[in-house]
Unconditional design. Sequence first.
Length: 285
Amino acid sequence: MKQQINFFSDPQLQQALKKGGKVLALYNNKKGSFLVYPLFKKYNILYTNSQDKNKIEQIASKHNCIYTVIETLKPVATFQQDSFKEFIPRATRQISLSVSLEQILKQMHPKGRYNIKVAQKHGLTVTSKVSMEDFYKLLRKTAKRDNFQINPLKYYKALFDCMPEKKIHLLGCYKDKDLIATAIMYYYKNTAYYFYGASDPHYKKYMAPYLIQFKAIEQAKHQGQKVYDFLGISPYSPHPLDKVSEFKRKFGGQVVHFQANQIIVHKKFLFCLLKLRKLLKKFKS
């Protein structure tokens, strides 16, 4: 079940990024894929799955990139260690969809199965009839509660505007007429990725996030996906993702560890300013 998460080659994602007006340049060749993303003013970020140092430096220099994010499962020993900093830890939890729903439920943690039953007993309903505005309203509430940054509404709208309907899905969980949990899934190469989720803390006792995940798993299996990927858990503990990782752990599956994303810093002073700005934003929030 171990897979490389590499969306660079997906033509629908490339189209979405281009239509969103955010990509300055996109290169695909035998050395890998290179995506230049605007940061502020004349400065940019380079995303790549390549390990070709010369090519990275060439493109980064051409587009005035402050740093490069390398997303690959291959070793990166070809670079000097002090030029790298860990970007995002790479660990995930995956559930095989090649077995029956009964078997998927059976392999879950008992607490996970119990919480799904609790949600069902409360008469919650899960549907795809959710407006993007309602999703975003709940996402903002979740971000404020859990202290994390989110993208503007137009970012999520662009994803849905540019992706085929069968590839990207928004589900909502309702208690009567109240939207209390949401989830966005993206299908790519026989795998359903859980991208975003939100829930209303005032309805915590109804266990809506558990039901919506189970329905997402059920839907992905029904549509022929082979793997359900929770896309991000803590690779070690203590870790900022510990809380969400504990939630995902209750669904069972297999933990897969990937090499962490790495970055090459091209402009050290500006990179330090970016880190400081991020720290100040977190402090103010």
